[in-house]
Design a protein around this ligand. Sequence first.
Ligand SMILES: Cc1cc2nc3c(=O)[nH]c(=O)nc-3n(C[C@H](O)[C@H](O)[C@H](O)COP(=O)(O)O)c2cc1C
Length: 183
Amino acid sequence: MKTILFIVGSLRKQSFNRQLAKLAENMLADRFDIKYLEFEDVPLMNQDLEAETPETVKRVRQEVLAADGIWIFTPEYNFSYPGLLKNLLDWLSRPMDISNFANPSAVVGKKVTACGAGGKNQTMSCRAKLNELLEFIKMDVMKEPQTGIALGLEAWTEGKFVLTDEQIAQLKEQAEKFAKFIQ
Ligand SMILES: Cc1cc2nc3c(=O)[nH]c(=O)nc-3n(C[C@H](O)[C@H](O)[C@H](O)COP(=O)(O)O)c2cc1C
């Protein structure tokens, strides 16, 4: 069975993006092994740390290497992607063996897609910039379709995550296309 690694760009316990990931997991779990990347303990990028790669960085690289595809679920922060996601991707973008920059990173050629739940902008600016970054670090990006959810009023007032049938259909379409993309 192929593996899809989910990366959630929010550390919030009740994260809507984590809830969105759960829905996507239910759509794929009969055919794929779904794993979540836990990366809270990855340190802030500091080139002084690179000579002796931190254990947590080694672990996230191994999890990425072992996956057939990566699906990022992320909120939009100030018209872009959250800093914690950028920090993770910065670590992942570096050669695994830093002694030679010709050496591969863990993400090169890796198939990836993204989606997100946020405000009225449906995380569009976040995903446009994220897609650019993912391509820059030489990942194989599925840019269409990508699900963008504008959270409803009940999300902001009561913390409830309710998707319309249309939004669920959108997520399902992305799940099916990504399943084909990584075959
Ligand atoms: C620092 C910060 C900046 C934000 N900027 C935006 C933004 O530019 N556009 C937007 O739609 N939402 C913005 N938001 C709101 C988040 O997208 C929203 O809270 C979202 O639900 C968080 O996702 P989560 O539930 O997965 O944590 C911002 C939130 C924070 C904390």
